[in-house]
Write a protein that binds this ligand. Sequence first.
Ligand SMILES: CC(C)(COP(=O)(O)OP(=O)(O)OC[C@H]1O[C@@H](n2cnc3c(N)ncnc32)[C@H](O)[C@@H]1OP(=O)(O)O)[C@@H](O)C(=O)NCCC(=O)NCCS
Length: 266
Amino acid sequence: MTPQPEPLMDASCHAVLPQYFDSFVWLSPPTHPRASHDEVHVWRVSLDQLQAPKFVALLDDDERLRAARFRFPEHRNRFTVARGALRTILGRYLEVEPVALQFSYGSYGKPALAEGFPTINFNLSHSGEFMLLAVTRGREVGIDIELIKQEFATTEVADRFFSRREILSLRSQARQLQTEGFFNCWTRKEAYIKARGEGLSLPLDQFDVSLEPARAALLDNRISPGEVSRWSLQELHPAPAYCAAVAVEGLSWKLRLIDFSSRTLV
Ligand SMILES: CC(C)(COP(=O)(O)OP(=O)(O)OC[C@H]1O[C@@H](n2cnc3c(N)ncnc32)[C@H](O)[C@@H]1OP(=O)(O)O)[C@@H](O)C(=O)NCCC(=O)NCCS
């Protein structure tokens, strides 16, 4: 295969570049991925293209119990693949067998590697047939992916979850751009909440994110104004009909997009 250049993007650059959308190239996984402070790796996992039985043996008892609670096989399989892929990918970074990894959970449920494992920061999100996993080191990170459902992007939902400024911004957009604006807002808010890891302890109406394409940003935090310069947001384009964003602590980092496929397992 012809080697491709790495699409490294400067997250502190919010300008809309003409080649912006072309730069979302998902690369084959490196054999020995390294988590570094300078980079954020986002792994895309297509949950329906991988076979759950290959991953079952990697899960611990709690994960198998969680899988068993899903009523529909499709959801059970997706959960199993997601946890198995998470373990496989993190195991590659740490050079540890996937099955040996242990997790701990913050007060609001944010997973981290248990004490004793090298510290790498990660966060994951799944929607429909995709999971995204963000990996970095020494920075908090949060990620969100949503399958775009037009019927969900209503005024009622926006009024309930978005801030005043976000609602006004959404209403000011051309009608044909409102669904995209809605999901840009939703994924950016969710990614920021997940990066902080404190659930809804920061009320959703107390901070604002941008809605415009290619200009993801935290615009205001009325409880802690200093937060605005502490975080950078980046939108992602994992697949048609999906919207996603990653929130990262700090301003200077490079994004690397990686596709996890069955060949990764070989
Ligand atoms: C986890 C949470 C933050 C998001 O859940 P979600 O959007 O349904 O699901 P996602 O797929 O994006 O994320 C789930 C993953 O996030 C991780 N997670 C769980 N709790 C978390 C937390 N407090 N912070 C960060 N990540 C968390 C887990 O890995 C989880 O996956 P797993 O259970 O399979 O291991 C949940 O607390 C939530 O739904 N909060 C509501 C937030 C809200 O109202 N948002 C509106 C946005 S406008």
